[in-house]
Design a protein around this ligand. Structure first.
Ligand code: GAP
Length: 492
């Protein structure tokens, strides 16, 4: 059992010590809001992105993907409204001096989130990073680094629908970097200036019903509608289906996509009780949104936005039609010519998902006297570790051969240094689900010991069956104790 939940600072320290995340530019004092991902971090981040893409693109017949440029034509952001409306108000607390940003509508109402002190307005700012395109300064074109990936989907809408033969309803997904010159980047990688988004624009023709509602089953989620917030009520646990039927969630599509994202997190080991869906108040909605729900997570610093789900209607496509002067109607084989609506935009930051999976996986095991990172094997940076008990002779040779064979299919680690207990502890901290030990007996019986990270139980597996066993364990085709011959569990 976890002795206590860790704080965000403790998570940051752990991530630095183990090589998940480093402050960027630390050699020169650091650059606030920018982070570098180390050997374990890049593996975890890529696993998150791969799993999201598999779930939301490859496993669906109604979604296609794209990958847009980071530096985007300035007209894209004029049309989208980001130049005029993507504006925050910079404030500083008169008492504790903490700098932060508030929405325009909060001026005169908000107090310091740190100490409750009075806020001094410093001015408005647009968090888009600008750059110039062209080497000759006088001829260069002013441009922006994209503050969201989504807009590239709208700007490419004509090409996308011309080439991919999609029919409504359908989605377009994208993953990639986004940049915001945040006034006060803080809380580790929760609010960065450079981050990655995984976004999906889901297009329908007005009034189309969601044909997938039965997938929600009896799934319940804590809901906090704008009405509950405004009337001072508590949030309420409800079945997503019932929430839609009773009008708490206005569209079937919103209930459906909230459920899909929640399922994805839970299927990868996140704690169900730490999630809730909160509807934006009328005053906090983005300039493009008709209705927005956030999937929130109970981070150590409180409930915070993990992913946003905006109903953007036809705002973006209509704006691009107006500013470009070109038609963005698509030809649907059934409906004919139509400018569709984005009924829901599930938009998730990779860094926030990264924090959630680490926070829920982190466990200090007092018996083992070390941290055990119980990451879902799909996300674990290494799927297995190979450890020769004797670091020479035939034992070492067998281990090297096994390592080479496994690395053909999975990310694996090889560790010869220190006692076997130390090697297990290191692997546990890195989240490696299975450790393979080659011992004196392996030379004779051509079998190895496989140890399970979470239970420390051990099984004996023939070398010839090892690769398939790891594969079966990884894809949940077999339980650990059925994957080999159980042997007495050693502590370390
Ligand atoms: N296209 C819609 C959009 O960008 P958003 O609520 O501004 O909406 C979507 O951002 C998601 O991107 C957020 O829910 C969060 O997960 C992530 N995100 C936004 N700003 C971020 C930042 N400064 N640092 C890290 N992640 C961020």
């Amino acid at each position: 059992m976890a002795e206590k939940d860790i704080t965000v600072d403790e998570l940051a320290t752990f991530c630095k010590r183990k090589g998940f995340v480093f402050p960027s530019g630390e050699l020169y004092g650091g650059l606030a809001g920018f982070w570098d991902f180390g050997p374990l971090g890049v593996e975890l981040k890529n696993s998150i992105k791969r799993s999201w893409w598999k779930t939301f693109v490859h496993s669906r017949a109604d979604v296609v993907g794209m990958d847009g440029a980071i530096v985007t034509h300035p007209k894209v952001w004029e049309a989208s409204g980001h130049v005029a409306h993507f504006v925050d108000v910079a404030v500083v607390c008169k008492k504790c001096k903490q700098k932060s940003k508030i929405d325009k509508h909060e001026v005169g109402k908000a107090v310091c989130s740190n100490c409750g002190g009075e806020l001094l307005v410093k001015g408005e700012f647009n968090p888009m990073f600008s750059t110039s395109v062209g080497a000759i300064k006088e001829e260069a074109l002013g441009a922006y680094l994209r503050p969201e990936t989504a807009q590239l989907i709208f700007a490419n809408f004509k090409s996308l629908t011309d080439v991919s033969r999609v029919r409504l309803p359908f989605g377009v997904a994208q993953q990639g970097k986004a940049f915001r010159n945040e006034l006060s980047p803080r809380e580790f990688i929760f609010r960065c200036r450079e981050f990655e988004q995984m976004e999906l624009e889901y297009f329908i023709s007005k009034g189309m019903v969601c044909p997938y509602m039965d997938e929600l089953g009896d799934t319940e989620l804590q809901l906090y509608s704008s009405e509950m917030q405004e009337s001072g009520k508590e949030m309420k646990r409800m079945k997503l289906f019932d929430a839609w039927k009773s009008g708490v969630i206005k569209t079937d599509w919103h209930a459906y996509w909230l459920g899909q994202m929640y399922f994805w997190f839970i299927s990868l080991g996140a704690s169900p009780e730490k999630f809730r869906a909160r509807q934006h108040l009328g005053t906090e909605k983005s300039h493009y949104a008709i209705d927005t729900w956030d999937l929130e997570y109970q981070f150590p610093m409180g409930w915070r936005e993990l992913a946003g789900f905006a109903n953007r209607g036809d705002f973006d496509l209509k704006q691009h039609e107006k500013v470009s002067g070109k038609s963005l109607t698509m030809l649907d084989p059934v409906l004919g010519k139509v400018v569709p609506d984005v009924v829901c935009e599930p938009s998730l930051g990779v860094e926030r998902a990264f924090m959630v999976f680490l926070l829920d996986a982190y466990r200090y095991d007092s018996e083992r006297e070390s941290v055990v990172l119980e990451l879902d094997p799909q996300l674990a940076p290494f799927k297995a570790g190979v450890f020769p008990l004797i670091s020479k002779g035939e034992c070492l040779e067998i281990a090297k051969e096994l390592f080479r064979d496994l690395m053909d299919e999975f990310p694996v680690q090889f560790d010869v240094s220190g006692s076997i207990g130390r090697r297990y502890a290191r692997a546990d901290e890195q989240g490696t689900p299975w450790c393979v030990t080659v011992d004196e007996d392996s030379v004779r019986d051509r079998a190895v010991t496989v140890r399970d990270r979470d239970t420390t139980k051990q099984i004996r597996v023939p070398i010839s069956a090892l690769r398939e066993t790891i594969r079966d364990l990884l894809y949940d085709k077999v339980g650990f104790e059925d994957a080999g011959t159980p042997i007495e569990t050693r502590k370390k």
